[in-house]
Each structure stands twice: as C-alpha cells, then as structure tokens.
Design a protein around this ligand. Structure first.
Ligand SMILES: [Zn+2]
Ligand SMILES: [Zn+2]
Length: 215
C-alpha cells in the first residue's frame, strides 16, 4: 500500500525549480490540447512527508487553455557497478543511484548537494552526457516515469489525513462524502525575485475534479 512515502523522494525548493525550468527551456511547451507551443506553469501540492511539509510538482498547466498535463520524466536505475568510471561526475551519478532509482530532476538536485572532487558546478548538459555514456555501457537503465501519477496516487492513499479542504463536488453528487479536496499552488511572478507559492485552486486527487484560476 502506498503512503506519502511513495511520493518522489527528492524535493526541492520552488526557487531551484525555476532555475532548472529556465535552463531547460521548459517555460513553453507543446500543449496537447492547443496543439501549439504555449506558456506553461507548474502546479504544486503540499503534503506531509517524514514529519515535514513539502512541495510536490503535480502538473504542467497550459496558460492558454488551462489543460493540466502530466509531468513525465526519464527515470534512472543502476544496472551494475562499473569500474573504472571516467570522471568524478560519473562516479557521483553512480553513487547517487546506488541509493535507489531517481528521475533526472531528483538526480541533478542530489548531485548539486554533493561534494565531488574537481566538480564546481553540476551542469544539466554534463549530467545528460554522463547518463548517455553510462546507458551506453549498460551501467544505468532509463525508463520514463509519470511523476504526476505517482503524486496523485500517494495523495489519494493519504486522503483521510489532515489538510483536506472539504468534500469534492463531483463525489458529493454521487453521494460520496469525504473531505477530499486539496489546495493547488503556483509560483507568483514576482519581479523582486522572491519566489512565492500562492493558492490558485483546488483539486480532488481521486477523481481529478479541479477548479484552478488563471492568475
Ligand atoms: Zn493549451
Ligand atoms: Zn473527487
């Protein structure tokens, strides 16, 4: 049975995410509903994990049509130990994956917190190169994982816990009475460079009923 512990493990401050998002050019993406490149924003939910309140990315929301899109990221698993590794960064990647599979964002955040000899800054492009190399050698395996599905599943499993706003209208209409709604947050565009997450709407993790504002 999944609990909140099944949520993605590496959780980072929204500020870190903004930088990564910009660096990776993900502010605009192909919206499956609009069928064109549109600006997107990341929606977050808050959940308690290990006694702390933490933020989880939930959807990419299209700012034009409001569609909620799943966040699907490559996930890496260590297949076998390999020696020798060519660089300190490659060693760092293998060491990080020794603790369990990680998606690419989680891996990069883990590497940025680590001290690696001779590595002053962990660049996304360098990590991508190392991963290609390790994949080519059969050291790591890549698989695409739906982060949104993991978060929704964990939130549904923990639906009896606190932090619920009220009953889901879609479920109430079917005679199901439980407090299922959670708040959904997005970053406020703040010229002062301080990152803030503001409530932008509500979501029912079980049936995905939602009401989300555009600003
Ligand atoms: Zn759209
Ligand atoms: Zn519902």
């Amino acid at each position: 049975m999944l609990g909140v512990s099944a949520l993605p493990r590496a959780l980072y401050l929204p500020g870190d995410h903004v930088r990564m998002e910009n660096a990776r050019g993900l502010r605009t993406r192909l919206c499956p509903s609009c069928k064109e490149i549109t600006p997107h924003r990341t929606l977050y939910v808050k959940a308690r994990s290990g006694g702390k309140t933490r933020w989880f990315q939930l959807f990419w929301a299209c700012e034009k049509c409001g569609s909620l899109n799943h966040i699907v990221l490559p996930n890496y698993t260590l297949q076998r130990a390999s020696s020798p590794l060519p660089t300190a960064l490659a060693t760092g990647v293998v060491n990080a994956l020794q603790e369990g599979p990680l998606d690419v964002d989680e891996l990069i955040m883990r590497l940025r917190k680590r001290q690696m000899p001779g590595v002053r800054h962990v660049f996304n492009s360098d990590v991508a190169m190392v991963l290609e190399f390790l994949k080519g050698r059969g050291v790591v395996a890549e698989e695409r994982k739906d982060r949104t599905a993991r978060v929704l599943e964990a939130l549904t499993e923990s639906s009896t816990k606190s932090g619920r706003l009220g009953p889901c209208p879609a479920e109430l209409a079917k005679g199901i009475e439980r407090r299922g709604l959670v708040s959904v947050y997005a970053q406020r565009r703040d010229p002062s460079r301080r990152t803030r997450l503001n409530v932008v709407g509500v979501l029912c993790p079980s049936c995905q009923y939602h009401r989300i504002g555009t600003h």
